[in-house]
Design a protein around this ligand. Structure first.
Ligand SMILES: [Fe+2]
Ligand SMILES: [Fe+2]
Length: 308
């Protein structure tokens, strides 16, 4: 666990300084929040002080790495970045109904900042693709079509079925607080806290082990993870408050959503070729274990467990 001084440093780090930051220290923000939950406006202020710009990133070294990379390295990176790029676009596309359905103005303000973040994350991958991998795509629509991941069933159900369906429910009836609770469970806890932050953690740790922390991707992706840590803290807070208000109603709703999502979590994190993970000194079971451990920590903070 990072010290308060370390956390302060992570919180204030500029894009360049993020090269010296470890992903586990970024994730510590969520854990600290669990002990002493920030308010929605605290999270808003954190967003104000943690701005970064995709256009400030320098991908020169990343481009050279790409040219020198082995076929295996390129395949593994493309698999992971396709999921992230497509996933960031999917969560950008589905968040607006959450803003509309916000039960309070403070929540509405925070979620508006998150919409900008998700758009920025999509733009980050767009730039990385153009400058590092290279593409003939003329616009984002054709680039997204080009990179559409060859995904497993779990990913498709999550991003093309469940998430848009929940967004549609919220758009049809913004006063449906049950749908808001289910939506935050799926969006903030399943997609962001469990799947995205796990993938980010292992990729950033691999880069650090290879001495690549001065790369544009390392810095930008760490900034993405810091944004995600705010989103996850927000999701925990919403669900914690719902459970405190009416545990009999909301705890089973959250549990049911999670139980239905469990196979989709392992499905999404499962690489088509085990080498995509083992070549970097990790195992698939280690990754799933980390994801489940993160999920359980978030659930304890919310005040529920999966077995109940
Ligand atoms: Fe994101
Ligand atoms: Fe996010």
């Amino acid at each position: 666990m990072a010290s308060p001084a370390d956390l302060e440093r992570v919180g204030r780090a500029s894009l360049t300084e993020l090269g010296d930051i470890r992903i586990d220290d970024v994730l510590s923000f969520i854990d600290r929040g669990i002990e002493n939950m920030p308010s929605y406006m605290d999270l808003y202020r954190r967003w104000e002080s943690q701005q970064w710009a995709v256009s400030d990133i320098d991908f020169t070294l990343d481009r050279q790495d790409w040219i020198d990379a082995s076929e295996g390295d390129r395949k593994a990176t493309l698999w992971s970045h396709r999921l992230f790029f497509n996933g960031e676009e999917r969560v950008t596309a589905t968040l607006a109904p959450f803003v509309w359905a916000s039960p309070t103005p403070e929540i509405e303000i925070f979620l508006s900042t998150q919409m900008v973040d998700e758009a920025r994350h999509t733009a980050f991958f767009q730039r990385w693709w153009h400058e590092v991998v290279g593409t003939e795509a003329k616009d984002l629509t054709s680039l997204l079509k080009e990179i559409r991941p060859e995904t497993n069933e779990g990913y498709n159900i999550l991003f093309y079925d469940k998430l848009p369906a929940l967004a549609q429910r919220l758009a049809s009836n913004p006063k449906d607080f049950d749908a808001f609770v289910e939506g935050v469970t799926l969006y903030h806890i399943v997609v962001e806290a469990t799947i995205a932050l796990t993938g980010q953690r292992f990729e950033l740790e691999s880069m650090r082990e290879q001495g690549l922390t001065d790369r544009g991707f390392y810095r930008g992706f760490t900034a993405v993870a810091r944004d995600e840590s705010r989103h996850v803290s927000f999701g925990i807070k919403v669900l914690q408050e719902a459970v405190r208000e009416d545990a009999a109603r909301y705890a089973p709703l959250i549990q049911q959503t999670l139980i239905e999502s469990l196979p989709l979590i392992s499905g999404t994190l499962d690489p088509p070729d085990p080498a995509y993970v083992t070549d970097y000194g990790h195992t698939e079971s280690e990754i799933i274990e980390f994801a489940m451990e993160s999920l359980n920590k978030r659930l304890r903070a919310i005040g529920i467990n999966l077995a109940a």
